[in-house]
Design a protein around this ligand. Structure first.
Ligand code: SF4
Ligand code: SF4
Ligand code: SF4
Length: 370
């Protein structure tokens, strides 16, 4: 089969707020992305998917059958098989193409290692890392980050004001969607499968906390374990204590995912730690400050992924470079003296809702894509 059907699917994906990966001069889709679509979707599946609307917009089995001129039972069989393989999203008798965040990770929610998972990881490397797509994935063309940092309450100094949903507990308990599921972290699963996971001895692969319709999708696939808000809080605290950075959508309300990220595998944070995207994540409105109980042990300095802490040469106490600090608080959680706490440092404003974030990112990307 030639590429035209897959090009058609790429055009639909390109209507996503985060647009599809392109070549360096942006005149064509990245060839490795087209190869990736071929790896994910068989010719028989692609033939049907080319008639789908943009990602996350649903189309019924009957409509696909009418447009494609195919027998409804065979359409139903093909689409339901694809749904079971995590290739599309389902709702009743309708399906939709997945958004890019799901599409690019399809193979990496499963722990068994298949040859196509390795091929998928290689293609991801070609268009996502080498082709520079990470920039468009992490932030808009104008520099709006898709994710924001959420520190846990315990890291924040008791005398500091906390605004709505600014710390993880308040966000999870009062502002996140009702449905939550623990789903294997695809970033660390990918590096684990190809043998390049640098954080192997420090962190488990662990899970993200998917929310809303995504939680239901992964629960249906038996890849997600439904949890209560309180269980999500406990899991979040446990992972942050290990040293993983907490992030969610760059909005105060709703949200699709809470991530617990390392600096070496994460598709979001690596923009800052390994690549050249200072806008890869929105900083919280806090930075750490050490008090006189600091004994200069250096534990916090070692903990920080971002090289934002050092020991002052004269006082031998921890000092922060606020421009490098994202305000995650994992340094404060590690201090054996409890001498380090987050203090307010106003610098960022998340969107009100995820819908507003997505709308702004879509507009900025259309304007910026030329
Ligand atoms: S963004 Fe973070 S938690 Fe989410 S999948 Fe990537 S590393 Fe895992
Ligand atoms: S971990 Fe605590 S005591 Fe050690 S250097 Fe950092 S602030 Fe000071
Ligand atoms: S100094 Fe580092 S670990 Fe501490 S809050 Fe800032 S970015 Fe996070």
């Amino acid at each position: 089969m030639d590429n035209s059907i897959y090009m058609h699917i790429a055009e639909k994906i390109d209507e996503n707020p985060i647009m599809a990966p392109k070549s360096e001069d942006r005149t064509a889709f990245h060839p490795s992305f087209i190869k990736y679509l071929k790896l994910v979707y068989s010719p028989q599946e692609a033939e049907l998917l080319q008639h789908f609307p943009r990602p996350n917009k649903f189309i019924s089995i009957q409509e696909v059958s009418d447009i494609a001129g195919k027998d409804i039972r065979s359409v139903e069989r093909i689409l339901s098989g694809l749904h079971q393989r995590n290739g599309i999203i389902g709702m009743g008798n309708s399906y939709s193409l997945p958004g890019l965040q799901l599409l690019l990770n399809i193979h990496q929610f499963y722990s068994d290692v298949k040859s196509e998972d390795i091929e998928a990881a290689q293609l991801y490397r070609e268009f996502f890392i080498n082709g520079g797509f990470y920039k468009n994935y992490e932030s808009s063309f104008k520099g709006t980050p898709l994710m924001r940092v959420i520190p846990v309450d315990k890291a924040i100094s008791a005398d500091q004001q906390k605004l709505t949903a600014e710390e993880a507990h308040d966000f999870i308990i009062n502002h996140a969607p009702d449905e939550m599921a623990l789903v294997p972290c695809p970033c660390r699963t990918r590096t684990e499968k190809i043998g390049s996971r640098e954080c192997k001895s420090r962190f488990p692969i662990g899970t993200c906390i998917m929310m809303g319709p995504l939680a239901l999708h992964f629960e249906m696939l038996k890849l997600g374990k439904r949890v209560t808000r309180q269980q999500a809080v406990s899991y979040f605290d446990e992972m942050q204590t290990l040293g993983l950075v907490g992030m969610t959508d760059n909005s105060i309300k709703d949200g699709t995912v809470i991530c617990l990220c390392c600096e070496c595998c994460c598709s979001q944070i690596r923009g800052r730690t390994r690549w050249d995207n200072p806008d890869s994540v929105l900083e919280s409105n806090f930075v750490p400050l050490a008090n006189d109980d600091c004994v200069g042990c250096g534990t916090c300095v070692e903990r920080c992924f971002f090289g934002a802490l050092s020991l002052d040469e004269e006082t031998n106490q921890a000092v922060v470079e606020s421009e490098k600090c994202i305000g995650c608080g994992i340094c404060a959680l590690a201090c054996p003296q409890e001498a380090l706490k987050l203090q307010r440092y106003e610098r960022t404003t998340p969107f009100g809702t995820t819908r507003e974030l997505v709308k702004a990112v879509a507009m900025e990307n259309r304007e910026g894509s030329g």
